[in-house]
Design a protein around this ligand. Structure first.
Ligand code: NAD
Length: 435
């Protein structure tokens, strides 16, 4: 088994490192954030991801997994180094590669043996070539280095399962040797491995994410039209989904995609295409629809509440999707900002997102630890995330707890059948209102 290092202990790096240890490799995870490494050394995951804590403890105890901030000593003697640091969005929409190149520099200055560097971060097409050239130009020791692309397809909330039972592993290499090393690393997973060149592998990642973003924006577009023409998006998507070419996944309408990937990956590919003199019209449309969709609920609420000033507003769900504590690009954020700017009093519930939300809005929001408390005396309620706790809540609570039960559900959490006769004024996406 290989001696593997993973740079970055975020959602991708940590899950990758832990799962590589789980299948038998010797893994060291490196991060420059002391706080994260200290927590990990105590067996505590700095991120919420189902099933992750158990695997961290198990593999640390059996000596397969280790955590450090001392990159120099581990990069020096690794067979394979995975780069899993962030590639956030620059102001112009392009991908910020500073973290990737910082790691590349650290690797170049530290490696003392031949090593394969594997870029797992989502990076624009051609970046692997640049990282390889950069490392080679800055090497301190006379060693052989090659760079391979291995994009990640996990989804937050199901990251461990998505890694251990991935639909596919994509590897992009420029030599048989690099390909063989990665095939060996992934052999214990017993999963389909798709080998190609580096640029194709980099493109698979963007094309996949942008396709999914397009699917969401398309269905949101259709949902908005359903409202205007008296159709019900639920029946429409059900009718569509029986066509195997369409399928039944990712057809849920809502208030748009968020998270750390779709928003930045759509913009980054669009930006890159423009640089090449090509306009990706479909991706641009997905971005534009999503931008508008974020405010679809507020628009509905304005029909009933011309102003939110002094209104007591319940908010259920803060994270960008269920199963994660991540708030990056969560649609709740611009909505809550707008409500606060207008003078609303917000009482919010989320099963795991509150601690992170407090970092953004420390004292402007009254955080509640139950749905009941969030609804207490509220005049209207927004649902931004479809947590199971919310989908399965007692619907009688709206009428029982709220002053005026106006519900604006951005994730279609309840069937129209179950919400009728609950004494509420209910608005969702792409479906008739229940009044
Ligand atoms: P993240 O922000 O959660 O984690 C990045 C980590 O890298 C942080 O812990 C940070 O401290 C660390 N880091 C920064 N500089 C470092 C350095 N020099 N040395 C060591 N560690 C360093 O990011 P993420 O969500 O895990 O995403 C990482 C990459 O994977 C991005 O390119 C992203 O697009 C891609 N990706 C993310 C997901 C997802 O669902 N989050 C899925 C697929 C691909």
């Amino acid at each position: 088994m290989s001696n593997i290092t993973v740079a970055g202990t975020g959602y991708v790096g940590l899950v990758t490192g832990v799962c590589l240890a789980e299948v038998g490799h010797q893994v060291t995870c490196v991060d420059n954030n002391d706080e994260k490494i200290n927590l990990l050394r105590q067996g505590i995951s700095p991120i919420y991801e189902p099933g992750l804590d158990e695997l961290i403890v198990k593999n640390t105890e059996n000596g397969k997994l280790d955590f450090t901030t001392d990159y120099q000593s581990v990069y020096a003697h690794s067979d394979v180094i995975f780069i899993g640091v962030g590639t956030p969005e620059n102001e112009d929409g392009s991908a910020n590669l500073n973290y990737v190149f910082t790691v590349a520099k650290e690797i170049a200055e530290s490696v003392e043996q031949d090593c394969l560097v594997v870029v797992k971060s989502t990076v624009p097409i051609g970046t692997n070539d640049r990282v390889e050239a950069y490392i080679k130009a800055h090497l301190k020791h006379n060693v052989k280095i090659e760079v391979a692309s291995n994009p990640e397809f996990l989804a937050q909330g199901t990251a461990v399962r998505d890694t251990l039972y991935a639909s596919r592993i994509v590897i992009g290499t420029e030599s048989d040797e690099a390909k063989q090393i990665l095939m060996d690393v992934y052999e214990p997973f017993k999963l389909p491995i798709l080998a190609m060149n580096r640029r194709s592998a980099e493109m698979v990642k963007y094309a996949s994410n942008d396709f999914l973003a397009l699917k969401i924006s398309f269905i949101n577009d259709i949902a908005n039209l359903c409202e205007k023409v008296g159709a019900n998006i639920e029946d429409v998507t059900n009718g569509m989904s029986y066509d195997e070419r369409i399928g039944n996944r990712f057809l849920n309408p809502g208030i748009g995609y968020g998270g750390s990937c779709f928003p930045k990956d759509t913009k980054a590919l669009h930006w890159l295409a423009e640089e090449e003199g090509y306009i990706l019209r479909t991706v641009k449309a997905a971005i534009d629809v999503n931008e508008k969709q974020k405010y679809a609920l507020i628009k509905k609420a304005r029909n009933d509440f011309p102003t939110f000033n002094e209104k007591k507003v319940a908010v259920l769900g803060l994270t960008f999707k269920p199963g994660t504590d991540d708030l990056r690009e969560a649609p709740s954020i611009p909505n809550i900002r707008l409500l606060l700017n207008e003078g609303a009093h917000i009482q919010a519930f989320d099963p795991v997102g509150i601690e992170n939300y407090k970092k953004l809005f420390p004292d402007q929001i009254s955080y509640k630890h139950s749905i009941e408390e969030a609804l207490e005396d509220a005049e209207l309620c927004f649902i931004f995330t479809e947590w199971p706790e919310i989908k399965e809540m007692d619907l009688g609570l709206f009428k029982e707890k709220m002053k005026t039960p106006y519900i604006y559900d951005g994730r279609n959490c309840f069937s129209l059948y179950e919400i009728q006769n609950k004494g509420v004024n209910y608005h969702s996406i792409g479906r008739p209102s229940v009044i």
